[in-house]
Structure formats: structure tokens, C-alpha cells
Design a protein around this ligand. Structure first.
Ligand SMILES: [Fe+2]
Length: 174
């Protein structure tokens, strides 16, 4: 019979983590990362507009505040509403953009990335929905804040934010 003898068993005070994120201004805090499971708490980003495509499922639990999960199905943008206290299971490879306030918090649980797996971020024109820009990343650790770095590359480039079809410039971060 197999029995675990030596192990880590994270048991986390979520209120304390939410307080920590509010006080430090940080956007994410990783709770654990092991072979099978990755969990973190995220605070909303008011400027969030990109769609994330990743090879893992995602469990999105609205700890505090409501979530509007924008997602794209067959190229059409849709919204799944996840009120505080509700939980959404999202299959792998769904382009999704979780929109929630900076004082709202999501608990996110995913499968860790396997070697060679890539996370992709897509932006679309806010006027005509034309594809604007892609960023790709290998996510090894959420403390590296891959979403934050993808944002820097997009927002710091007027060229990336300018629609080649209608000329609209997607809003900046400030
Ligand atoms: Fe456009």
C-alpha cells in the first residue's frame, strides 16, 4: 500500500493573502506549485484587454467581487459572468480575458505547464475587432508575472496598439 510519508500540505489564510496584495500593490500571489497543480490569487487589472490562451484548464473562483470572463468562441467575443462565491471551470485553449476590479480577487487553479508548452496572449482592435498583436511566453513560475511582462511589451508600443485595418489606437495603460 502506498502512503505518503514526507510531504508539504499548504493550508492558506486567503484573507491574509488578499490583504497582502492590497497593501503591497502586487497583482498576483502564488499559493503552491507542484507536479499536478498550480494555484494563485489574482487582484484585478483595470487595463486588462488581452486574451490568454494556455494549454491547461483553469478553475476561476470569485473570492471577492464579481468576474466578467470575456472569452472567444469561433472568433466571437462572449462574456461569462461569475459572481462572488461562484466558480467557473474553463477548458484548455479557450482564449479568455478575466475582467475584474483591482479590489476584487480571484482564486485560480491550473495544471502546471509541461516542458515545451507555450502561453499566448492576443489583443484585438477595440473598434473593429481586427487582430492586433501576439505575445508568447513559457511560464515556469507565476512569480515571474508573465502577464505583466506581456502587458509591458504591448502597452509600450504604439505600433502594436495601432489597428492595421481601421487605424484605431487601442488605449494605453495610464
Ligand atoms: Fe480596427
Amino acid at each position: 500500500m502506498l502512503i505518503a510519508k514526507s510531504f508539504e500540505m499548504p493550508n492558506i489564510d486567503l484573507e491574509e493573502i488578499m490583504r497582502h496584495l492590497t497593501e503591497t500593490g502586487k497583482r498576483t500571489h502564488q499559493l503552491w506549485l507542484n507536479e499536478d497543480s498550480l494555484a494563485f490569487i489574482a487582484r484585478g487589472r483595470e487595463y486588462r484587454s488581452e486574451f490568454h490562451i494556455n494549454p491547461s484548464y483553469e478553475i476561476q473562483y470569485s473570492l471577492k467581487g464579481d468576474l466578467n470572463l470575456h472569452y472567444r468562441e469561433d472568433g466571437v467575443e462572449k462574456i461569462a459572468y461569475v459572481p462572488e462565491g461562484s466558480c467557473l471551470f474553463q477548458p484548455p485553449l479557450v482564449p479568455h480575458s478575466p475582467r475584474f476590479a483591482p479590489d476584487a480577487f480571484q482564486l485560480v487553479i491550473e495544471r502546471p505547464r509541461q516542458p515545451g508548452e507555450i502561453d499566448t496572449f492576443h489583443w484585438f482592435c477595440p473598434n473593429c475587432d481586427n487582430f492586433l498583436h501576439e505575445e508568447t511566453y513559457i511560464v515556469s513560475h507565476y512569480t515571474n508575472d508573465p502577464v505583466g511582462r506581456a502587458y509591458d511589451n504591448f502597452f509600450n508600443s504604439l505600433e502594436h496598439r495601432t489597428c492595421k485595418k481601421c487605424g484605431t489606437v487601442a488605449p494605453g495603460r495610464d
